[in-house]
Design a protein around this ligand. Sequence first.
Ligand code: AMP
Length: 273
Amino acid sequence: MNILFSNHSLTNYRQLLSKSLAFVPTMGALHDGHISLVREAKKSCENVIVSIFVNPLQFNNPEDLKKYPRMIQNDLELLKQAGVDAVFLPSYETIYPPNQEFNIQLSNNSVESVFEGQFRPGHFNGVIQVLHRFFSLIEPDEVYFGQKDLQQCMVVKILIDEYFKHIKFNIVETKREQSGLAMSSRNLRLSKNELQIANQIYQSLLALKNKEVYSQLACEHEIERLNGFGLKTEYLNYVNLPNMVVSSDKNGNQAIVYAGFLGNIRLIDNLLL
Ligand code: AMP
């Protein structure tokens, strides 16, 4: 497995490849959710490159950035076992050279400002900058993203449509613990008791998925139930995709999206309907 730190080594690696390349961006502290992206990528591309980079630009909360789990040796072992060809481990300066400006904007920016965009101002702007940089440096044929970050997928789709039309965009379904809890690097920071509470999020999503009629009232009811366990829900809504507009239309392309805090840990999840 090639471990690449610089743009120079990345360029050398890229130039030697003659077959298709899939790219899986991550922030490390890898779990089976990340590895499922690698597995899917390997099904359609000969080569898979994974990046591990905790991107400061997408953290609106400095404490969250500081406490974000970092376990690089373990990550490299998992990626090696998964059969990844190359890992890109850039420094901050490699991604954001001091003499360059990073201000990529999407002309279709409606999806960026709601839900995650509203509760984490600047988050998607940071995601767009880092991905634009990665896609330009790596020049992948395909990219793989997790449905776990559903709104991110909608934003990345726009980024690709507007700047990288030649890249094939793939969404991989959310990997869950047996309890139903969506796997997340941030789960490492939850206590045993908090994990039990976090499991309730999936139960609420399922309950809302199974409603005969979708309604905001049903969401309010589930928010009350979750907050009763100690969660501080930011949003729980039926939305229409890809625009992430609140909608109870059962015939549309719908999802239910959730975000909330358990102590200092922010959790998100969703179900496609
Ligand atoms: P992160 O390291 O959290 O930035 O995630 C890197 C990629 O892995 C993103 O595309 C995520 O959506 C995806 N991912 C994270 N958790 C899961 C999961 N439980 N199932 C599937 N994909 C995931």
